[in-house]
Design a binder for this molecule. Structure first.
Ligand SMILES: C[S@@+](CC[C@H](N)C(=O)[O-])C[C@H]1O[C@@H](n2cnc3c(N)ncnc32)[C@H](O)[C@@H]1O
Length: 233
């Protein structure tokens, strides 16, 4: 990917406003980076290595939330809101084959680049080998799916995440690109209609449930929770 003009074009195609175009995408060493001229941000999975170590992985809330009683092998998941793919990596490390959907072309390009580099890192390569990225809107993609996955995972953007004080400075760059899911209700409905065994939704701890659907149960952390909707087959 090239310099500012190309990024502007990507953003235009994506319906993004002009004021986001102070950003630039460029190659730095081997990595694709997003920069505003002061800070840079790339998709880098290396900081996740300690979290995917056996012994620690099973205590990750998302791994506990995505577990399916009585099934351990050949599990499949769809991450309908991939972002930088960190949650997907945890699921893939726990054995899920994961299809990641990301509709923002810039985030998808950064994620694709992060996955490419992670594939060469021994501690990450096995899990990354189970992750497939699709750059498209997950709502329509899920509606067209023939085989339902075991789990559909949703992490639409939190309102809280938009408060700059709460996130690391460089992730503020990413937030200039991230668009909240336009229709969270349609996302949950598409997930339901696809017929997975479980839908897992990441929420801020105190937020209302997504689309007002009461979860079967929730797994709570300090600031977030995972609402789990079990769908009998
Ligand atoms: C809060 S972030 C997800 C973070 C992610 N769970 C992680 O671990 O890095 C939400 C992402 O979902 C994407 N997104 C929202 N709605 C989408 C949709 N309908 N289809 C595809 N991507 C979507 C946004 O562009 C954004 O990058």
């Amino acid at each position: 990917m090239g310099q500012t003009e190309e990024l502007k074009e990507l953003l235009r195609q994506n319906g993004t406003e002009i004021d986001r175009t102070g950003l630039e995408i460029k190659k730095e060493d081997d990595a694709l980076v997003l920069t505003d001229g002061r800070m840079t941000l790339s998709c880098d999975f290396t900081h996740m290595i300690p979290r995917i170590k056996q012994g620690r992985l099973q205590s990750e809330l998302i791994v506990r939330a995505a577990k399916i009683k009585g099934i351990e092998d050949d599990l499949t998941a769809v991450d309908a809101t991939a972002g930088f793919g960190e949650d997907s990596l945890l699921l893939a490390a726990a054995g899920f084959s994961v299809i990641l959907y990301e509709y923002d072309p810039v985030i998808a390009a950064l994620l694709r680049d992060g996955l490419r580099r992670a594939a060469d890192i021994p501690e990450l390569s096995e899990a990354v080998g189970r992750m497939k990225l699709r750059e498209e809107n997950s709502i329509t993609a899920i509606q067209k799916m023939n085989e339902p996955p075991d789990v559909i995972y949703l992490d639409p953007m939190f309102p809280e995440r938009q408060k700059s004080g709460l996130i690391k400075k460089k992730f503020q760059l990413l937030q200039q690109l991230e668009r909240p899911c336009e229709d969270e209700g349609a996302l949950v409905r598409a997930a339901y209609d696809a017929g997975p065994r479980k839908i897992v939704i990441k929420r801020p701890l105190k937020a209302a449930s997504l689309a007002d659907i009461k979860p079967s149960y929730s797994i709570k952390g300090k600031s977030i929770r995972y609402d789990c909707i079990v769908i009998p087959r």
